[in-house]
Design a protein around this ligand. Sequence first.
Ligand code: UDP
Ligand code: MG
Length: 321
Amino acid sequence: MKKNDVLYVVVPCYNEEEVLEETNKRLVEKLKDLINKSSISKNSRIMYVNDGSKDKTWELIEKLHKSNELVCGLKLSRNRGHQNALFAGLMTAKDKADMIISMDADLQDDINAVDEMIEKYYNGCEVVYGVRSSRKKDTFFKKFTAEGFYKIMKFMGVDIVFNHADYRLTSKRVLSELSNYKEVNLFLRGLFPVIGFKSDVVYYERAERFAGESKYPLKKMVSFAWEGITSFTVKPLKMIMNLGLIIALFSFIFLIYVIIGYFTGNSVSGWTTIIVLLCLFSGIQIFCIGIIGEYLGKVYIETKERPRYIIAQALIHEGKE
Ligand code: UDP
Ligand code: MG
């Protein structure tokens, strides 16, 4: 692989007016440094994807684009969520770049890990995962829920890189393979291990947000985790079957007990037992039907094959070679 490849840094932004200017300053500095070291081509770019922000994020991106050759912008037609915004950026960048790095707008992920990612790319890696070496700066709650999430995913049989979010380098080739995955329910960090190719990890310390607040409240986090599980594994369906088997076994034992009771004349008017069992089993049944319904719902959504994003406007400085 030749050195001096084109790098695109894709940054999804939702209501990030508080961080964008500082983020851009740091990223431009980083890119200039890499260009000066001839580690990347001078046609490399930073691409901000505005995910239907309600604040001045897009105006800021336009301003940054005008004043700096390294800055590009994509504007989605409305808010589509982090994964779709990132996907829109990746799909646009793959036609212009050789390697693409995705990161969040708040730069919680240490941008100095970029050098090591690029080095690994030049050594033949097609995917380089950024992995948090510790979560010292996270609150106890965030650490507990986030790490619990990765453990549940592993338990459910999803091949996922522990403590890796969406900070990663991918080659153009991997992204063109990704474009063949047509699913609408996107869970990108689970897809890259499925795609394969030579990969490696780079460790970094995760910092706090330097301004603004998290765009991932607990509700979004939980639905994202559920998305991950249901998009990648049918293990919950198997668990239902096992649960059904165990319940059937217990019911059978209970049945024998009741019949013996009947013949030995110990049968009491078992109103309580009936009510308790009725409630318990209806509860379990409804729960199980609910899980099946979740999968059915996903099939319904997938069959529509709706576009995952719509680009309203693109601001791109084309590279001159
Ligand atoms: N984001 C987005 N669309 C959304 C929500 C978030 O593009 O609907 C972006 C956000 O601007 C940021 C990234 O996703 O660049 C991660 O969000 P955040 O830093 O708030 O999440 P946290 O680090 O708290 O998990
Ligand atoms: Mg963040």
